[in-house]
Design a protein around this ligand. Structure first.
Ligand code: AHM
Ligand code: MG
Length: 337
């Protein structure tokens, strides 16, 4: 039998986003497409460096500490520089917020555009040296109608984002994106240098079989978290307990949750009173994707995307994933109230 010829229908990320924008009619200027092109480029560049890190001595510490007082890895610093430079040069941004930078960057007039990008250039960096998956997370706002681009343009609820996504650097580089019209996943074809549509219209299964928490924090967990975890580990007779999967790299844990379903949680607790993960560039983009894929993202008592940030590096507790699973957590919070 003859082999089927290779498909000639290659849908790249740019083609896909352009097609979506065309549907919006003349109002769409193509600026978002250009901005997303800049983000794609940075992801390709970071992916290349992540892959070569060990060989070109990028692993280890850069000898600096970031805003949260953590040691920066060389790759964090590099990834941050790559993103700031490319986003500024795109001419499409007005405000940039990076996990690695204390203050927001207000783009100078000559390069100013109408979008604000909040990002964690390399999330999960404690995993770098072990070769575990890490990723870039980003969220995009449009500046408010009469604004020149100030911090107020990013201190807005996540529901006002126009796009959000992440790139996971694993066995392949996967970019998962939503422009508010569902979620699509693209895989980097290194030969073409293009992100190719491989996971169209990702939908989270309404219920999963996996829970993903750092249970090493159990001593500090509040009762609703403890009660929920007990319910999935010790279900009523006849039901099967859930499997535990925790990579400790948000991008990888969320990626699995989007594809397989289940629940990922990093709740606030007695030790991390505000939670650990950052609202703007970790929780918001992941909550945006989760909802766009048909799931739920909550603090336990409040929808993540409704939170109004008061500072750029604000933290939050978060549970996200399959609708039915996350609803159960919410019930444990209601029972406690
Ligand atoms: P980072 O931004 O310093 O890399 O921290 C964020 C990471 C997330 O990727 C992950 O979900 C979480 O921290 C893991 O935290 P822990 O090691 O406390 O389980
Ligand atoms: Mg991070």
């Amino acid at each position: 039998t003859e082999l089927a010829p290779p498909s000639t229908e290659i849908i790249t990320l740019t083609r896909h986003v352009l097609a979506e924008q065309i549907h919006l009619g003349p109002a769409a200027s193509g600026d978002l497409t250009l901005l997303l092109n800049a983000i794609q480029l940075t992801s390709k560049f970071i992916a290349t460096n992540v892959r070569r890190a060990r060989l070109i001595n990028l692993v280890g510490l850069a000898g600096d500490t970031n805003v949260q007082g953590e040691e920066q890895k060389k790759l964090d610093v590099l990834s941050n520089d790559i993103m700031v430079n490319a986003l500024r040069a795109s001419g499409k941004t007005a405000v940039l917020v990076s996990e690695e930078l204390d203050e927001a960057i207000i783009i100078e007039d000559r390069y100013k555009g109408k979008y604000c990008v909040v990002f964690d250039p390399l999330d999960g960096s404690s995993n770098i040296d072990a070769g575990v998956n890490i990723g870039t997370i980003f969220g995009i706002y449009q500046i408010r109608p009469d604004s020149q681009g100030t911090i107020a343009d990013v201190l807005r609820p996540g529901s006002e984002m126009v796009a959000a996504g992440y790139t996971m650097y694993g066995s392949s580089a996967n970019l998962v994106l939503s422009t508010g019209n569902g979620v699509n996943g693209y895989t980097l074809d290194t030969a073409l240098g293009e992100f190719v549509l491989t996971h169209p219209d990702i939908k989270i299964p309404p219920r999963g079989k996996i829970y993903s928490f750092n249970e090493g924090n159990s001593l500090y967990f509040h009762p609703p978290t403890v009660n929920y975890l007990n319910s999935v580990k010790f279900p009523p007779a006849g039901k099967t307990p859930y499997s535990a999967r925790y990579i400790g790299s948000m991008v990888a844990d969320v990626h699995r949750t989007l594809l397989y379903g289940g629940i990922f949680g990093y709740p606030d607790d007695k030790k991390s009173k505000q939670g650990k993960l950052r609202l703007l560039y970790e929780a918001f983009p992941m909550a945006f994707l989760t909802e766009q894929a048909g799931g739920i993202a909550t603090t336990g008592t409040k929808r993540i995307l409704d939170i109004v940030p008061t500072k750029v590096h604000e933290r939050t507790g978060i549970y996200l994933g399959s609708k039915d699973d996350v609803q159960e957590v919410i019930k444990f919070y209601e029972a406690e109230a």
